[in-house]
Design a protein. Structure first.
Length: 184
């Protein structure tokens, strides 16, 4: 049976996915770190290089300042962690917000958390802000696994994520997470 070339081309071009399933997990270390667990907001958005640079320049504190307007501009998806809300958050690859984000041809997935700043937090390499470079994938959506710790957010490898799912809730070691690349 011969498949017409037009159908093959349609499958190939429709099969290139630039959407991600993003999973954000709450580290049990957070409960131990804070005497009273604050509400922690984690924003996710697909952004262009220019938008990522704008957020890095403004810094996490200014980003979360009410009225800054950047969160509305980026059309972020927000998940909350608190004493009452400590479950995983999943942003599926097929939710409608991806269609909105894809209209601007994003190059990164931005993840930013409203954690308190560390003693030596450098705004240009703030561990509370993570940009993941987007890569095209054929047919399957890619997965991004994020862990929120007391002073940073980290991107887990798939093997580290599977280890955590199997009950290993120990703090994440440097070998298990992928450091964000230095800003360009």
């Amino acid at each position: 049976m011969r498949i017409p070339l037009i159908i093959i081309l349609a499958l190939v071009f429709n099969g290139c996915v630039n959407q991600y399933k993003v999973r954000v997990d709450f580290s049990p270390v957070l409960r131990e770190h804070f005497a009273e667990l604050p509400t922690i907001e984690v924003d996710i958005a697909a952004v262009t290089d220019g938008e990522a640079d704008e957020v890095k320049q403004m810094g996490v504190e200014e980003y979360f300042t009410p009225g800054s307007g950047i969160r509305e501009k980026l059309q972020v998806q927000t998940c909350f962690f608190s004493r009452e809300e400590q479950h995983s958050f999943v942003l599926p690859s097929r939710v409608p917000i991806w269609q909105t984000w894809l209209l601007k041809d994003p190059t990164n997935v931005l993840v930013i958390a409203s954690l308190p700043p560390g003693p030596s937090t450098n705004p240009q390499s703030d561990p509370r802000l993570l940009t993941v470079t987007m890569k095209r994938s054929f047919i399957m959506a890619r997965n991004i696994y994020i862990l929120v710790e007391s002073d940073r957010i980290v991107q887990l490898t798939s093997s580290a994520f599977r280890a955590r799912r199997s009950g290993d809730d120990s703090p994440v070691s440097t070998e298990q997470w992928i450091e964000p690349r230095p800003s360009r």
